[in-house]
Write a protein that binds this ligand. Structure first.
Ligand code: F6R
Length: 289
């Protein structure tokens, strides 16, 4: 390819004024370690905000759980203070419990409405969460896949990481090529999420979730994992072998996956210094903050 290059990176002329360096995909898992969850979430929000600013009709894949709460607060702040505009954004959530209607306080639809959607200028008709009350759950899974394909796929998929390495509700040993499907939740996941339900008995044991193949189809992936409980899962995901026993390890195959950790969740990584070195030597256009 001809044209001007700076450090091997093609330079493309903007129509008016200045030059713009083309952003290249990372092509390997980008691991960023921040001091704490707060700093990690603020950075994650910056990455999402940049996607939305560059592509106002972006399609975002979203997650629930404790991990992204602070990130959503930061997006809300950016919307209010900086005018970050979600009016043309479309969203697809990863998963939903089977049997919980949208107005159930523990449903993921309710979580998203309460923690993000009602605080920003998003059109609710463009927000999608699998319907865990659908009469035909398999048909609902196929419909969800069709809807994602119908809008041209997901530009950025936000993920948390289960203590057992799950992404979405794809529990260990599930197929690495799976599409949106009905999953039985593992005992570990039920225990981890049971506090908000009051008891393990009262919890749904099944969920609809995007498959790992669905997640890997996203053009870009942003995974956040914080705290000591995630240390083993992080180690397996980043440095372990690619294996269905750790669904998160599938991200090793993605050409543009960014993983944001805090000091606690990164504590088991053998190459932590290498990731820090890479992070501190990024070119200006490779940085997010
Ligand atoms: C949530 C989801 C799950 C969570 C994971 C971590 O939509 O799909 O994979 O991201 O269980 O949960 P927290 O963030 O509560 O530790």
């Amino acid at each position: 390819m001809g044209g001007r290059r700076i450090w091997g990176v093609p330079v493309i002329a903007k129509p008016r004024g200045g030059l713009k360096l083309q952003r290249k995909p990372c092509l390997s898992m980008e691991v960023i370690i921040r001091d704490n969850q707060d700093a990690g979430c603020v950075l994650g929000a910056k990455i999402i905000a940049r996607v939305v600013r560059e592509k106002p009709d972006a399609v975002l894949g979203l997650a629930t759980g404790r991990t992204p709460l602070r990130l959503y607060q930061e997006l809300i702040r950016m919307h209010r203070a900086e005018g970050l505009d979600f009016s043309r954004v479309t969203t697809f959530n990863l998963d939903e419990y089977v049997g919980l209607p949208a107005d159930h306080v523990q449903s993921y639809r309710y979580f998203m409405n309460e923690n993000l959607f009602k605080h920003i200028n998003i059109d609710l008709a463009r927000t999608h969460v699998p319907d865990g009350t659908a009469h035909d759950l398999h048909a609902e899974c196929r419909r969800y896949e069709d809807r994602i394909a119908g809008v041209g796929g997901i530009d950025l998929q936000l993920l948390g990481l289960g203590r057992n390495g799950h992404i979405g509700f794809n529990e260990p040993t599930g197929s690495l090529r799976s599409r949106t499907w009905l999953k039985i939740l593992s005992e570990q996941t039920l225990k981890d999420n049971s506090a908000v339900f009051g008891s393990l008995e009262g919890m749904p044991k099944h969920a609809l979730t995007m498959g790992i193949g669905t997640i890997l189809d996203a053009k870009r992936i942003l995974l956040l994992a914080f705290g000591p409980a995630k240390v083993r899962a992080v180690e397996h995901m980043v440095e372990g072998p690619l294996a269905a026993i750790c669904p998160g390890s599938a991200l090793q195959m993605h050409p543009r996956a960014t993983v944001i950790l805090d000091e606690n969740s990164a504590a088991g990584l053998h190459y932590a210094e290498h990731y820090r070195w890479i992070d501190s030597h990024k070119l200006a256009w490779q940085r997010y903050d």
